[in-house]
Design a protein around this ligand. Structure first.
Ligand code: PGA
Length: 312
């Protein structure tokens, strides 16, 4: 059956009012136009929907069934219009984000502030490493991703919004911790606990060592920043991690930043989306929020900034 939304709408009015003239008036149509739509609908259905006995209109049995469907359809249209209006005014909406494991801590703090401004929204947050984030983007499974600079060739737009310094840390009693300035050669002789292959932090560290023609020895690969910090606290090796993961350990003084030549490795955090992605209203507002407010919020949160002496 090839019925149209317009025919259903006309039918709903006629069936509700049981009067062609009133239905025509309500719909701002002429009465013949209303009769024509009903006739076409009956042709599609191949059965009468309305009967006239004396001067009174009645719905046939199929007409009653059609009325119930038409009613639901009209209600759905009203609901849809309301939902769109609410989404546009950010009274509701579903923000789908994915973030690099390393960014998870500060992004959640930023989301805490954002959610207070938009209390009715729902948020989905996927936390994973860089290579999985690229897959999520390739499959168009979220609105926005927060990660280090993505590679070329994935058809992505990436906008930087915050510096991401990578630093070397150890437990405070480590022999390296007391030294004033450690050369890269000396650093390269140490053993490290480091993120797994596929992590953005890991590839940045490997690139840095390769650029300085040095080898880098991983004693232990760990796929989780918290476990890496724990391993460094336990003396399993030096760790190279984003400063943004160290808020608690630096405050508690269970880890200390080591003063190494050419460190920190300066990276940036980017908001990333697929080219051509049509962002929902809430995703558009969140992107704008994080780009404009991230720097200030990091200060409000008292997140560590890179200043070796203060951090120690
Ligand atoms: P991560 O960092 O994969 O090491 O958590 C993300 C990135 O730098 O892109």
């Amino acid at each position: 059956m090839n019925l149209t939304f317009r025919q259903l709408k006309v039918f709903e009015a006629v069936a509700r009012l049981l009067n062609y003239t009133k239905a025509a008036k309500e719909l701002h149509l002429s009465q013949p136009a209303v009769s024509m739509q009903i006739k076409l609908l009956e042709e599609h259905a191949d059965t009468p929907l309305i009967e006239k006995l004396g001067k009174q209109l009645y719905l046939t049995e199929v007409g009653h069934e059609m009325y119930s469907y038409a009613n639901n359809t009209m209600q759905q249209q009203i609901d849809l219009e309301e939902t769109i209006a609410q989404m546009k005014t950010l009274q509701q909406g579903h923000l789908k984000l994915a973030v690099a494991s390393t960014a998870n801590h500060f992004v959640i703090r930023i989301l805490g502030r954002f959610a207070k401004l938009h209390p009715k929204i729902r948020i989905s947050l996927e936390v994973t490493n860089r290579s999985s984030l690229l897959e999520i983007l390739d499959k168009n499974e979220c609105d926005l991703v927060i990660m280090g600079l993505p590679p070329e060739g994935h058809n992505l737009t990436a906008v930087p919004f915050l510096e991401n310094p990578l630093v070397v840390v150890s437990y405070p009693e480590h022999p390296m911790a007391a030294k004033q300035q450690i050369s890269l050669k000396e650093l390269a002789r140490q053993e490290f606990v480091i993120r797994e292959l596929g992590s953005g932090t890991r590839s940045a560290v490997e690139r840095f060592f390769a650029e300085h023609s040095l080898e880098f020895k991983s004693k232990m690969d760990i796929s989780n920043n918290r476990a890496i910090k724990h391993a460094a606290e336990e003396g399993l090796g030096l760790a190279i991690v984003s400063l943004h993961t160290l808020e608690l350990e630096l405050k508690a003084k269970t880890l200390q930043i080591i003063n190494v030549e050419d460190f920190p490795i300066y990276r940036h955090w980017y908001v990333v989306q697929r080219n051509g992605k049509r962002l929902s209203p809430i995703a558009t507002v969140f992107k704008d929020y994080i780009m404009k407010k991230a720097d200030k919020l990091m200060q409000d949160f008292n997140m560590p900034a890179f200043n070796l002496n203060e951090s120690q």
